[in-house]
Design a protein around this ligand. Structure first.
Ligand code: G6P
Length: 490
């Protein structure tokens, strides 16, 4: 055996995602304040010691002037972040348009936009062009910062063209692409006018990853049916025999972070306050971005049905719905907000008293500690997405429930149903009657059953962490890349 160096060199990783894990607020001509948002991906990669990650993405703000751009670039560098500057027109066409009005609903089985279908069809070409242009802008920034041996990890539906842009520039680059949303049945993907171009661009990657086996299978079918390529047990082979590996890598969370948070005095205090505030009532919780895919109106209607049919519970249960505003420039999202407000108002008017309402609905996000406290005091969590790539709210809830052992009601159309299905009550979110009866079942469940169900899920959430997810994917990109290059050379 050869000599093994004591310390392996750290592998550099370029993580490319539409959005950087920071929120940037401009304070002056050349000053910015930055806040790191510790989402799943950030904590996953912070935990992996052998990789040194740099982030490349859009800072979420328009910075038209050079002074501002320079200052922001400098401030971000301290956080290992590198910005891609997108002007307002590109953001409108690429992000609001092609990404969030076309790909997002389509990948979640909501189809192409309905009401303004003709308008959408007309603007489709320009939005697709902007999408490609934006992807090339991301690629240019990657190329500027790339050093030989780096692994480049592209994320999500915003960047399906990126693998092709990168490989065209440097075929030796090790490139992985991971989709955080579902990949729909090939019959749905077929309706997309740019269906083939997108698939080919993704296939330029060395490794393509999805949250579940089903999404991976749909992707391979789309490649075989639409592009006429060969599906193999390992992935997709192109006309020249080059293999793109395709596999499922279910993400997890940094469960320790949530478990530890429950011991922070401020959180303990908050838990106590909430417990007092809702004494005598069972607490049900929903935490979602205010997005069509989350099924918020359907969830609230199911709760209404439950109250309708169970007068006993009207005074004894409360639903807290945290709805985090998102993509507020897209008309579909604006419509959804009004729709949800209308339903909540109606139900509170119908079942509320002078001192109590059955639904507390908040249009905002909560900070990490407030969220953990809320998870911990909740008796039943309602995750009823119409479709969802994975849904980590369900994981976070389980991580915070080791004392209370609350019940998770989970949509069978969330990726998480594949992993937490054994402990959760699985429901079809479109079936309001079924969800209403799951609510009844959850509220009446015996301690033994709750404990048994919680235990199954807690084990899964603590054993399948985000860190392992990231390690597994990146290691495979590294090995896969050399194999793929060899195949190209043959
Ligand atoms: C989903 C997507 C992410 C995205 C997030 C927030 O989880 O998979 O890529 O960042 O939603 O949406 P936004 O449009 O605000 O980035």
């Amino acid at each position: 055996e050869g000599a093994v160096p004591e310390e392996l060199p750290t592998q550099r990783l370029l993580v490319v995602a539409n959005r950087l894990p920071v929120s940037a607020v401009r304070r002056g001509e050349d000053s910015w304040s930055l806040e790191i948002s510790a989402g799943g991906l950030v904590s996953a990669l912070l935990g992996v010691k052998e990789f040194e990650a740099r982030w490349i993405g859009w800072a979420g703000v328009n910075v038209p002037d050079e002074v501002g751009q320079k200052a922001l670039t400098k401030a971000l560098a301290e956080k290992r972040c590198i910005p891609v500057f997108l002007d307002e027109e590109i953001v409108h066409q690429y992000y609001n348009g092609y990404c969030n009005n076309i790909l997002w609903p389509l990948f979640h089985y909501l189809g192409l936009p309905q009401e303004d279908r003709l308008a959408t069809t007309r603007s489709f070409q320009s939005q697709f062009a902007a999408y490609k242009k934006a992807n090339q802008m991301f690629a240019d920034v990657v190329n500027q910062h790339y050093e030989e041996g780096d692994v480049v990890w592209c994320h999500d539906y915003h960047l399906m063209f990126l693998p092709e842009c990168l490989k065209r520039h440097n075929s030796n680059m090790k490139v992985g692409w991971f989709l955080h949303t579902p990949f729909p049945s090939s019959e749905i993907h077929r309706t997309l006018p740019s269906r083939s171009e997108l698939l080919r661009a993704v296939l330029a990657a060395d490794l393509v990853g999805f949250h579940t086996y089903d999404y991976a299978r749909h992707f391979v079918s789309a490649c075989t049916r639409i592009l006429g390529l060969e599906g193999t047990p390992e992935g997709v082979e192109d006309d020249q025999g080059r293999l793109t590996r395709v596999a499922a890598f279910p993400i997890g969370i940094d469960s320790e972070r949530f478990i530890r948070a429950l011991e922070v005095p401020q959180v303990e205090e908050h838990i106590k306050e909430l417990t007092d505030r809702f004494a005598g009532r069972k607490v049900m919780l929903g935490v979602d971005r205010l997005d069509m895919i989350k099924g918020i109106p359907q969830k609230i209607l199911a709760f209404e049905k439950f109250l309708e049919e169970n007068p006993y519970w009207r005074d004894r249960v409360v639903l807290l719905q945290i709805a985090v505003p998102t993509r507020t420039d897209v008309p579909e999202y604006q419509k959804l907000t009004s729709q949800v407000h209308e339903i909540v108002g109606r139900i509170n008017g119908r079942f509320g008293t002078l001192t109590r309402v059955p639904i507390h609905h908040l249009d905002r996000s909560l900070d990490f500690h407030a969220l953990c406290a809320l998870y911990a005091v909740t008796d039943v969590a309602l995750v009823t997405s119409l479709r969802d790539g994975m849904n980590l709210v369900s994981y976070e809830y389980v991580a915070c429930q080791d004392t209370k052992k609350g019940v998770l009601i989970l949509s069978e159309f969330a990726g998480a149903a594949q992993s937490l299905g054994a402990g959760a009550l699985l429901v079809n979110p479109w079936n309001i009657t079924e969800v209403a009866s799951a609510i009844g079942k959850a509220l009446n469940m015996s301690d033994e059953e709750r404990e048994m169900r919680h235990q199954l899920n807690f084990l899964h959430v603590t054993e399948h962490t985000a860190q392992q997810w990231a390690e597994t994917f990146v290691r495979l990109v590294m090995t896969n890349a050399s194999g793929a290059v060899a195949a190209i050379q043959v």
